[in-house]
Design a protein. Sequence first.
Length: 415
Amino acid sequence: MKFLTFLFILSIPLLSSAQTLKELLNFAAKNNDIVQAKTYQQRAKRKELDAKKSSYFPSLDIGGVYKRDDATSPFNAGDTYNAYAKVSLTVYDGGRRYAQIHEKKSSFTASKFDKVAYKKSLDLQIINDFFSIKNLQAALNAKQEAKKTLQAQLKRIQSFYKAKMATIDDVERVQADFDTNIYDIQTIKFQILSLQSLLELKVGKKITTLEKASFKKSFSPQYQILDTTKASIAQKNALSFSANAVESHYYPNITLQDTYNGYTFERLDPKLTQLNANPLTKQNTLLVSLNIRLFDFGQLKEEKEALQLNAQALQSQINHQNKEQKIQLKLAKARIRTAKLKIKSARSALHATRSAFITIEKKYDAGIVDYIVYLDALTKKTRAKALYASSLNELEVAYATYYYYSGKNLQEELE
């Protein structure tokens, strides 16, 4: 009893190490390096927006100046100390700040859509890798099953050879097929290791055993615009607002500034003291400035047109993305239909090859058919088993692709 308890305790880590597809997607959404980078980029865009909003408020500056003249000039001090406080406020800027704030707001919106778009794209990549590994594991299982059969036949033919009932050629033929199967097994294992390592990079954690996964099987006539397209739309809006900000330089720019100065003087000119004319120690200055750009050889006009052309380029890209989404949706539906037909054919082929192999194996043991016929039946059964598992996985990937191009959250579509 104690021994069984000990075995159970040892098996707990193995049982808990198996990961579901939903767990992998959830973990990747929080720990993938690129997702984290896009999170920081989104925060940076938010800070840029907050900074532009603050431009509507007055700014306060304080400072100090020290001035020294070795040779004092008449009616001036040799050393001057100046401390000041300055309040500035832009009263009117032709709508520049309004345009800049909305440009930053659109850039922030684009960064949010860009992050969501990458996460959904990452989900689809992980799903493809997940089921590709499942396909390889199915092929590996089929090869390992064939290994057992070939190993049994190898022992059988070796015993026949010892009894002088088979030739060395018969033994070497089975040995060659057995070794080739081992070669295929090792190749598949390396493919699994390679793909699993790439999947671990995307997820951000060590992966051991993958549980089964499946998606809901439903269609919807409605679909949402992809987040990549939404990001492009927001970027286009940002460029349009940037163009408006450039144009605002042609409008009046009115700034209000109030500066309070305090002065201290040393080494005053003696004449000032004799005349009892002390310089001012305090001064408050109010300044209102008006600036209008009249001519700049078309600099701002060219900058605005460049931004507008970039916005038009993005609009063309948006049109292409919308067309591509519709095509991919159509292809995804066709892929689902094809996958279902493949499953039907693969199931029928697997059933037929299994039945055929059982019959041929009996005939081979009885010496009615030769080894070539037996090996051909075994190969077909092995291939049919792997193809059937692959067709099931292909249907899941097809539905994942359909949900992706429908603009849906892939995690929510998992059963």
